[in-house]
Design a protein around this ligand. Structure first.
Ligand code: NI
Length: 252
């Protein structure tokens, strides 16, 4: 069994074929999927999907590129949604200086509110970090007792241990399979098995040989296969360890 810890079945790309996509995942033994919200619409849709299918769970949060529009009222709503029994995490949230360099202050503020809610409600964070490794680490290190995921981790292999020391797990996806994916391959090598998760980030980041195509959760198998090769362990070992880590973190 495999768990795709980060999938956007709530995005418009899947509005006409979500059942087919889910069935192809189940056929590949991908038996649990975490549907990650990133704005108002997709948070609601994630909850709706998690209510409809027993093997889907939701997370809710505001993506850093949304930060400039987020108000205190939005966090009241988020807090309500986090009471739902199938909402198992907070995010995705974090810092993204690739898509938005203009609103660093707002991004940091909104990220901190997610972190505080995570600690208060004891639900894990789903952290998005793009072109912002140092800044993300500097925000996180101000807190104790963190729980969560560095989703589609794009930082250096050297920084892996720093994030792990903060209490976070490292999740790898499609880029680890790319021919030029030297950085994530190095990361795969150094992440201890008890700190590793796998994901697709569908519909984005499709693994080799489907790079550039619409991704789907069935392909998390390709991520697990590549990591198994890099770490020179069996596919089953990767499947078992990452599944246990995800079940434990999300308390499923
Ligand atoms: Ni995502």
């Amino acid at each position: 069994m495999l768990i795709d810890t980060h999938v956007h079945l709530n995005s418009t790309e899947f509005k006409d074929n979500v059942d087919e996509v889910i069935n192809r995942a189940l056929d590949q033994d991908v038996n649990i999927m975490i549907v990650v919200g990133f704005d108002h619409k997709t948070n609601l849709k994630a909850i709706e999907l998690a209510e409809r299918y027993p093997f889907l769970y939701a997370t809710v949060g505001y993506h850093p590129t949304e930060a400039k529009t987020i108000t205190e009222q939005d966090f009241v709503l988020l807090q309500e949604q986090l009471q739902h029994k199938k909402v198992v995490g907070i995010g995705e949230c974090g810092l993204d200086f690739y898509w938005d360099k203009e609103h660093v202050t707002e991004q940091v503020q909104v990220f901190k509110r997610h972190i505080e809610l995570s600690l208060e409600l004891d639900k894990p964070l789903v952290i998005h970090m793009r072109d912002a490794s140092e800044a993300t680490f500097n925000v996180l290190k101000e807190y104790k007792g963190l729980k969560g995921i560095m989703h589609s981790y794009s930082g250096s292999a050297e920084m892996v241990s720093q994030f792990i020391e903060l209490g976070l797990l490292i999740s790898l996806g499609g880029p680890v399979t790319f021919k030029n994916g030297h950085k994530p391959k190095q990361v795969a090598l150094v992440v201890p098995l008890d700190k590793l998760l796998i994901e697709t980030d569908s519909p984005y980041l499709s693994p080799h040989p489907f790079r550039g195509k619409t991704n789907e959760p069935a392909r998390v198998t390709l991520v697990a296969e590549e990591i198994a090769k890099i770490k020179q362990v069996s596919f089953e070992k990767i499947a078992q360890e990452t599944t246990n880590n995800a079940l434990h973190l999300f308390r499923i």
